[in-house]
Design a protein around this ligand. Structure first.
Ligand SMILES: Cc1ncc(COP(=O)(O)O)c(C=O)c1O
Length: 411
């Protein structure tokens, strides 16, 4: 199959969990990577090595371990900056996940009555709720791009939505439910014409597309470590220096200050202004190892693999009568997450039957309730691949769906 990673079997050996045997002797078929990716041994080993040999708090320790730990943490920041092609390492802020990164911007960005924030109907709740809170708090207006019937952004009213009133355009690069890859550079260009800043949620893009914040001309970009083969507990907010400099702090505490008196405090320069308290040190170190790992495989190669597997998955799903895919049917227009309905069977039942065969998928609203509502469904089943997914695993899923249909006597 064209586009597949050529050393797939070697890559799979990097992920110990893929050897896992589940109940009834089934080998794990992990198709829930859009939820969280599995971790290669090198990420696990790097974190264990840090804890075994270098563990100390950063920045504040006057000893060798403290220096080593600080060096490892800051090296992870350099890796993230390189991964995003950020102009400066100081623009990389570590958070606990993408949700916190998006909340940081929504909580601190100056808005007021008469201002407008534009989001989209395909956002994850993490890029909806913070903007609802921000607009309610400040009196700004919240508007959104709707969706076309094939699950793309409906940009037909872009001139009406993007006006000089619009201060923020916040959107996902790749949808976690519809899989759609959005034309973010084009939207950024239009947003900048009216003077708005662009906040990109790259939570699903960072694992599978080369990210270049300068090429897409983003102003802020968020992603989460656990979807790029890194650990949980670490996320990233990247922002342009001049914007980050102008924002007030998000959280107060140790390490984010320049001076503190009983009356008032002043702030440390970025990135530290936004990193109050002890950060997720070993998690950042693990994220650095994850970025090295996926960069070594190559994001272009991972993207090609995801497209090949997704094309194969879409073909397989098309062969099962009663399956309706949500989102674009063209694999070139989407990432490696495919949500679908199986006529007559509740998604939870689909997931449970698949689980009984060792196949892990997600069922529910995938934190994208408005997108489900747009397509008239409460929930769906989602199969999502990653760089370790094989065509044989997709075959197992398709067999599992036929089995599910027989079990429930549908179709
Ligand atoms: C598109 C998108 N945005 C944001 C998030 C939130 O990520 P986290 O839960 O790590 O903050 C997710 C995770 O599912 C996602 O898929």
């Amino acid at each position: 199959m064209e586009g597949l990673l050529t050393d797939l079997e070697v890559i799979r050996k990097d992920f110990p969990i893929l050897e896992r045997e589940l109940a009834d002797g089934h080998r794990l078929v992990y198709l829930d990577s859009a939820n969280t990716s599995q971790k290669p041994q090198v990420v696990i080993d790097t974190m264990v090595d840090h804890l075994e040999h270098h563990n100390a708090n950063i920045a504040r320790a006057m000893h060798q371990l403290g220096a080593e730990s600080t060096q490892a943490f800051e090296a992870a920041r350099d890796k993230v900056a390189g991964f995003l092609n950020a102009p400066s390492r100081d623009e990389v802020i570590f958070t606990k996940n993408a949700s916190e990164a998006l909340n940081l911007v929504a909580r601190t960005f100056p808005l007021g009555p008469g201002d407008r924030v534009v989001i989209t109907e395909m956002e994850h709740h993490s890029n909806i709720v913070p903007w609802q809170l921000a607009t309610e708090r400040t009196g700004a207006e919240l508007r959104w791009f709707g969706l076309t019937d094939d699950g793309r952004l409906d940009l037909s009213n872009i001139d009406e939505l993007l006006t000089p009133q619009t201060k923020v355009v916040a959107l996902t690069w790749v949808s976690n439910m519809l899989g759609t890859i959005n034309p973010v550079a084009e939207i950024a260009r239009r947003a900048h014409e009216v003077g708005a800043v662009v906040v990109l949620d790259a939570s699903q893009a960072a694992p599978q597309l080369p990210i270049d914040v300068q090429a897409v001309d983003a102003d802020f970009l968020a992603f989460t470590g656990h979807k790029v083969t890194g650990p949980t507990g670490i996320g990233v907010l990247w922002g342009r220096t001049e914007l980050l400099d102008a924002l007030p702090p998000f959280l107060g505490g140790g390490e984010m200050i320049a001076t503190v008196s009983m009356e008032k405090s002043t702030w440390a320069p970025i990135p530290h202004k936004f990193e109050a308290g002890t950060p997720p040190i070993v998690e950042a170190v693990g994220l650095g190892a994850a970025i090295d790992y996926i960069s070594h495989i190559g994001l272009d190669n991972i993207h090609a693999h995801e497209q090949a597997i997704t094309g194969y998955l879409l073909d397989g799903l098309a062969s099962v009568s009663g399956v309706k895919v949500l989102g674009p049917l063209d694999p070139a227009a989407r990432g490696g997450a495919v949500a679908f309905e199986l006529d007559g069977v509740h998604p939870h039942d689909v997931a449970q039957l698949l689980d009984s065969r060792g196949i892990a998928v997600r069922a529910g609203h995938h934190c994208a309730k408005p997108a489900h509502k747009r397509f008239g469904v409460q929930s769906s089943t989602r199969a999502s691949s990653y760089l370790y997914t094989t065509p044989a695993e997709i075959d197992a899923l398709i067999d599992g769906l036929e089995h599910t249909k027989n079990y429930f006597k549908v179709g």
